[in-house]
Write a protein that binds this ligand. Structure first.
Ligand code: CO
Length: 157
């Protein structure tokens, strides 16, 4: 436990391993949005992925220092439906912070009773990496996703 707390401190206090992973924009039509963003950015999008369990379809654009995630609701119970109802033209939905110490961070936030979005569990995200979301009331109205990246799979227990 002590070691976990120590790791959490070093992972957050020094800023080590925290990077902006992506900024996510919800769009009413992914096909239309991809065309628009592609025209403006002059970059090619990723393949479209459907994440049924998350109720979204997603396309990424790689930028030089981060990525842009375009999200379209998928299925009848998409968590994005209410967002689009409030913002019919779409809008910025969340930002994602990458960390190499996701589980340590998750454990500390749970210990501190930080409000999570949905349930507090770690799920699989768009790149098959583990992710969780904090509730917007935790961070000043911003919905923030945390995504675990590396270290290499061999060190995973
Ligand atoms: Co995301």
């Amino acid at each position: 436990m002590k070691k976990a707390q120590q790791q959490a401190t070093s992972a957050t206090a020094s800023g080590d391993g925290l990077r902006l992973g992506h900024v996510a924009v919800v769009v009413p039509s992914l096909a239309d949005a991809v065309e628009r963003w592609q025209r403006v950015l002059q970059r090619s999008p990723s393949m479209c992925q459907t994440l049924e369990e998350h109720g979204v379809r997603v396309v990424f654009f790689d930028l030089d220092n981060t990525r842009l995630e375009l999200l379209e609701p998928f299925g009848e119970h998409s968590p994005l439906a209410s967002f689009l109802a409030r913002h019919p033209r779409g809008g910025i939905h969340h930002l994602c912070i990458e960390t190499q110490a996701l589980e340590t961070l998750h454990a500390r936030l749970q210990q501190e009773n930080t409000p999570f979005a949905n349930d507090a569990r770690i799920a699989r995200g768009a790149h098959d990496n583990p992710v969780f979301f904090l509730h917007p009331k935790a961070l000043d109205g911003a919905l923030v996703e945390f995504e675990g990246i590396g270290p290499p799979a061999s060190s995973e227990r």
